[in-house]
Ligand binder design. Sequence first.
Ligand code: PLP
Length: 359
Amino acid sequence: MRKKNFFAGPSVLPVEVLETLREQIADYEGQGLSMIEASHRGGMFEEMYDECLLKFRKLLNIPDEYDVYFLGGGATLQFTMIPMNFLLDGRSADYIRTGSWSNKAADDAAKLGNVNVIFDGKDGAYSRIPKIDELKINKDACYVYLCSNETIGGIEWQKFPDTGDVPLIADMSSDILSRPVDVKKFAMIYGGVQKNLGPAGATFIIMRKDMLERRNSNLTAYMDYALHSKNKGLYNTPPVFSIWAVKLVLDWVEKNGGAEGMLERAVKKSNLIYDVIDSSQFYRSPVEKESRSRMNVVFRLPNEDLEKKFVEESKKEGMLGLKGHRSVGGLRASLYNALPYEDVVALRDFMISFEKSNG
Ligand SMILES: *Cc1c(COP(=O)(O)O)cnc(C)c1O
């Protein structure tokens, strides 16, 4: 029996996708060759890759004036590439600090140039997303940076700021394709695929083409987005296995209602858990209600001993990954797209019975 997988990343994949990978691992679509032993130049890889990019465009409604491709290095490499390319000498970039991931990005950028922090959730223990009218965007900023869903803190932007002529850049690693997004609001959207789109390895890049004109062009090859744009991510060897699996996950998303369908699933699943939290004195959410993430539901119990017991007993019920991130403690249920609804029902029922015997 498959475990109920609440890991934050790498994380649950649709079982159909895993089965297709198993069936085709030695012989891709009857071509007598595995996808992972074929050249990435031409032939069956590029055909699959082009289909993958096209499907990603379609599912997210990405306009033609944007480049779409995959790179290696994880989302973390982008913390460096973004300021290297766009944080120009003598200018500054606006960063919004909402938790672990945007903090890491801001810290890296600050080593390369001038960072202007326009919001820092530190005083509130990173428990909320700023209100749009709290943000004073610097008109001369090279860009504004945010993280759409803080995977560790469990907070998510519900509505994005309008930054006018200042390019808006977002790390959407952990909520990509969990809802429709108005891509035109952003100059760049990127993220690791290992939360909602596939196995670890690839990083998706969605970038408005005119951003290349704003970049610092004096960079080494791999660091330069223009080179990747020109080669649609195939300048060097791409993470082929990860990309192949992403293609299959996108097929699955399409079959299950696209971005709208994913939003519906996410609302239904996260409500199951938030409803238990809200109707109990035993469970407590450390985050502001309006900022709650639909992907990563964090919660606390009355004390750490009970939290430990919760994790141990949930494991016995076949539920994995419910321990909160080591940096913040508590509990966290990650409810990514591929997690079946029934698994969230099982968690809800477990929470109710755990409260009964320990509350
Ligand atoms: C997981 C995660 C990252 C880091 O991704 P890597 O691929 O491990 O570098 C960055 N940002 C967010 C929001 C994440 O959830």
